[in-house]
Design a protein around this ligand. Structure first.
Ligand SMILES: *Cc1c(COP(=O)(O)O)cnc(C)c1O
Length: 472
């Protein structure tokens, strides 16, 4: 299996070469040259693998179709260390919870940080440690976070050999719970830097450091952002696991509703569908930041200015542009790298917008995509309704998914709503909706009282660089 860039660069690379890279040299995103295709017999075999050997083995089988430069036993070992009861608290890893007829939640947030980002990040931690060890290299991961990504990265990388994490977050602007999750980590390779500014200041510092190419190369600076192909690949697995749990045989189809921000999660569903998983609809659910809903309704992709981006009660979906979206559009355009470069490299870069032609837009239907959006009032209603009817507390992002899922149900087709976080992470809105605190997993009781390990710093690129030099 070789990988190409969505913008038409002629190079072809192997998995291990792109694992530690971000964008392709031409600014595009990496995708496999072609998707492995599974027929009904191959799907049935994977169904048996899940039933008899469990999620980690299913992950190994699917990852093996895309990775041919890591020995099988090594890859299998990594899958087992990433996906087990100790890390995810359940043997099923991604169990289903039935709601009304044909509608169910698929739990993706039983990992250490209570959000679905653990699903990919736990695997990435294994792959990074392995590949760095094999090359005899080290990596200093630099990132900015307002919550979910940073904590998932830290829990995946803690104690990993060859990896250090420098995570910037806005000082006193995360929820006490999220802050405690990150700052209570005592591992020597994890560095929390609380910046006296807002999230954008953190991101600007990361950009400034990364743009200093000499510094970046000398200190082996890397990232774990959502465009990393390995993250996307790890997420493909739970679409298969959801499908097998919801169906009896391969003649059945299911739909998925996905709370979406950067289009990473739902793009993994697109890959699963391209491989032959019988998915009817992929429902893209957004919040008030409806860049993607607008695209699927109109064929216009219009990135928002920072000032136009709403701060919502499903904050992990507050995006101005969707960093993984280019992958889907590349497939939609028949893998035309020149056209993709024209749309993303030129039109989005210069005007912040592109319009698909009528003919291009008409193809979206054949890829099974549908969309909708949700407001704060919708979110509160859905949380209340789910609690009243099913005795279940759901988080704000999952509520957005559930609201939009109901708009696209078809009789006879199960609809799986991806549960992307546990309500404990977004307690404030749960209290607003229900008048009580969400339940919290036992292991996280009283986490706010643990000793914290972090460094406060002004918005100052030079100071952050000096900190990295002193600790890398
Ligand atoms: C990151 C995140 C999302 C959005 O996922 P994308 O892959 O960016 O589309 C949704 N919900 C939660 C809780 C998240 O952390």
């Amino acid at each position: 299996m070789r990988y190409l860039s969505t913008r038409g660069h002629p190079d072809r690379k192997r998995f291990s070469e792109i694992l530690l890279e971000g964008l392709a040299p031409d600014g595009g995103l990496y995708l496999p040259e072609q998707y492995p295709k599974l027929d009904a017999a191959a799907l049935a075999a994977l169904r048996t693998v899940l039933r008899e050997q469990g999620y980690a083995e299913l992950a190994f089988r699917i990852l093996s179709m895309f990775i041919d430069d890591i020995p099988a036993d090594d890859l299998r070992g990594m899958c087992r260390r990433a996906y087990n009861r100790e890390v995810f608290g359940t043997d099923a890893i991604v169990p289903l919870k039935p709601l009304e007829d044909g509608l169910m939640l698929q739990a993706l947030s039983n990992g250490p940080t209570l959000a679905f980002k653990d699903m990919a990040m736990q695997m990435l931690g294994q792959l990074f440690e392995y590949e760095l060890g094999r090359r005899g290299q080290v990596l200093n991961i630099l990132g900015a976070t307002s919550g979910d990504t940073g904590s998932a990265a830290e829990y995946a990388m803690r104690g990993k050999k060859g990896v250090k994490v420098f995570m910037l977050s806005p000082h006193n602007r995360m929820s006490p719970f999220q802050q405690a999750q990150m700052f209570s980590l005592q591992d020597a390779n994890i560095h929390n830097i609380a910046i006296e500014g807002v999230f954008d200041d953190c991101q600007d510092i990361v950009k400034a450091v990364s743009n200093d190419l000499a510094f970046k190369a000398h200190w082996h600076i890397g990232t774990v952002n959502s465009i990393n192909w390995a993250r996307l690949l790890a997420q493909v697995v739970y679409y298969f696991a959801g499908y097998f749990q919801a169906t009896r045989d391969e003649s059945e189809r299911v739909s998925f509703a996905v709370p979406s921000g950067n289009f990473g999660n739902i793009c993994a569903g697109h890959v699963a569908r391209m491989m032959g998983l019988p998915i009817m609809r992929l429902v893209c659910a957004t919040n008030e930041n409806d860049v993607l809903d607008e695209f699927f309704r109109t064929g216009t992709y219009r990135v928002r200015k920072t000032a136009e981006t709403h701060e919502t009660s499903s904050p992990s979906m507050d995006i101005s542009k969707a960093s993984n979206f280019e992958r889907f559009v590349f497939d939609l355009l028949g893998r035309d790298g020149a056209r993709t470069r024209e749309l993303f490299g030129h039109q989005v870069e210069r005007q912040g917008v592109f319009n698909l032609s009528a003919e291009e837009f008409a193809r979206i239907g054949t890829y099974g995509f549908a969309s909708g959006s949700s407001s704060h009032a919708n979110r509160l209603d859905t949380i209340r309704d789910t609690h009243r009817r099913f005795g279940l507390m759901i988080d704000t992002h999952t509520a957005d998914g559930l609201k939009v899922a109901r708009e696209w149900m078809q009789s006879g087709v199960p609809m799986l709503v991806l549960e992307t976080a546990l309500p404990a992470k977004f307690a404030q809105t749960l209290v607003e909706a229900l008048g009580c605190e969400p339940e919290r997993p036992k292991a996280l009781e009283g986490i706010e009282n643990l000793p914290k390990r972090f460094t406060v710093m002004p918005v100052d690129v030079a100071k952050v660089k000096a900190f990295i030099e002193a600790h890398a």
